[in-house]
Design a protein around this ligand. Structure first.
Ligand SMILES: [Zn+2]
Ligand SMILES: [Zn+2]
Length: 270
């Protein structure tokens, strides 16, 4: 397969509070890295939408990504997306945000779980029951999977980046397999794609999120929709790990990936 056909479905520009580079610069780097398409999916945290002025962020992200899309036409397909955090904290607002612009692709995720004020990166995992925490997290994602405002769920095992990576807790996934199955089955029945998030490959956990066991399980249960995203927050990381993600997808029994234009499923053979 030609490297021209690599697609990165999860990239942040400097319109995200933690992003470093402009959509134009990211696209320039994406072309240099031989990507065929990228989805710019800036953050929109619904639970802090008004205090953190996400209305401005979302507006600028869409506007600047649209400009980049026109500028790179014929060279790179720029998909217009968003990563909506905690959509069910205000579903009416989340519905309004995703229908306000003509998006190609909407990712949904949880960065601040119910009952917490801090981001999952800041939680002190040695002070809580990590199994109960992960079960609650996956159950919250299960509810989000039923929301028709999103196409895919991002990094469904994101807390593991800290639990296994930073806290070095020897986590036994079999203890949460029943709840994981409920999430995966719900995603399948509601037509939501699973994301292979490759950012963990660049961090101490050294694994994709989720890792291959869960990807394989999604496939066994009948899951067909799979996206791969680097979750790059700077232009240099754009496209990183996509090839590895594709190799893992193939190993887990997938022969195609999913991408979205106008929120319609399109397939790419791998
Ligand atoms: Zn995220
Ligand atoms: Zn992200």
């Amino acid at each position: 397969m030609s490297s021209q056909r690599l697609i990165d479905m999860h990239v942040h520009s400097d319109n995200s509070p933690d992003g470093k580079h402009s959509p134009m610069y990211i696209c320039e780097c994406a072309v240099k890295n031989n990507l065929g398409a990228i989805a710019i999916t800036d953050h929109c945290e619904i639970n802090t939408f008004f205090e953190e002025k996400y209305n401005n962020i979302v507006f600028h992200s869409f506007f600047e990504s649209s400009k980049a899309r026109s500028a790179f036409e014929g060279e790179l397909l720029v998909l217009l997306g968003l990563e909506i955090g905690q959509p069910l904290s205000n579903k009416k607002l989340a519905d309004k945000v995703v229908s306000h612009h003509n998006y190609d692709f909407i990712l949904a995720s949880i960065h601040t779980p119910d009952g917490f004020n801090e981001d999952i990166k800041e939680i002190e995992y040695d002070k809580l029951d990590v199994y109960k925490f992960m079960e609650d997290y996956l159950l919250q994602l299960t509810e989000i999977a039923k929301w028709d405002g999103c196409d895919a769920l991002a990094h469904i095992t994101c807390p593991m980046r800290r639990i296994q990576g930073k806290y070095r807790i020897d986590f036994d996934y079999s203890k949460i397999s029943a709840v994981t199955d409920v999430l995966l089955k719900t995603m399948i029945s509601y037509g939501k794609a699973l994301e292979i998030n490759t950012s963990g490959l660049r961090q101490s956990i050294g694994l994709t999120m989720p890792d291959r066991n869960i990807i394989k399980r999604y496939r066994e249960l009948g899951g067909k929709l799979l996206t791969i995203g680097s979750d790059a927050h700077n232009a240099n990381d754009c496209g990183k790990g996509i090839q590895e993600g594709m190799d893992i997808a193939k190993e887990c029994g997938f022969d195609k990936l999913t991408f979205y234009v106008n929120r319609e499923v399109l397939e790419l053979k791998i």
